[in-house]
Design a protein around this ligand. Sequence first.
Ligand code: GDP
Ligand code: MG
Length: 176
Amino acid sequence: MEKTIVKIILVGDLGVGKTSLTLRYTEDRFDSENSFILLDQDFKIKEFLFDRNVLRVYIWDTFGQEKFKTIGVSFYRGVNGTVLVFDITNRASFERCITFWFNEAKRYTRVNSEMVLIGTKLDLVEHKIAERAVSYEEAKSFADEMGIQYLETSSKYNLNVTQLYADLINGIVESQ
Ligand code: GDP
Ligand code: MG
């Protein structure tokens, strides 16, 4: 059986919920006790059968390097899919996504690699715990302009998390 390797990275400011998205997807868990969730290794692997091929997906997260200006070119090497992440209750994290992170990923990844924009912590808005700082329409119109998909997620309640990765992986497989 053939094995296809896929590399996915998550980029965005510290605290927006990148690691939480990865943990929910790969281990179906959520941690709200810690302000910054740490993975025990650099990446998580998820493997499944796809069209009679084995698809091995490496999901790379950054832990804390976000605080430096750039996370380094090697992180972007061989990337098939980029998840641009911001927190819908944090305006600055959106601004950084559409200025810095988007351009950074565009510059260092291959032209045919996939990209998706994700607004996290939807539950905080739905349960009126925090105010929305970025409207759905604004984020969607940026994504439309760039020709990428936009989804809002909650890692806490597992909303749209599986869909985000499934859509991205489908897009990657189709474009190969
Ligand atoms: P990262 O720095 O981007 O990797 O962010 P983390 O995954 O470490 O999450 C930062 C904080 O936001 C943690 O306290 C998480 O529990 C919290 N968090 C992440 N995703 C969600 C979410 O969907 N809903 C809520 N309510 N909190 C979240
Ligand atoms: Mg993290």
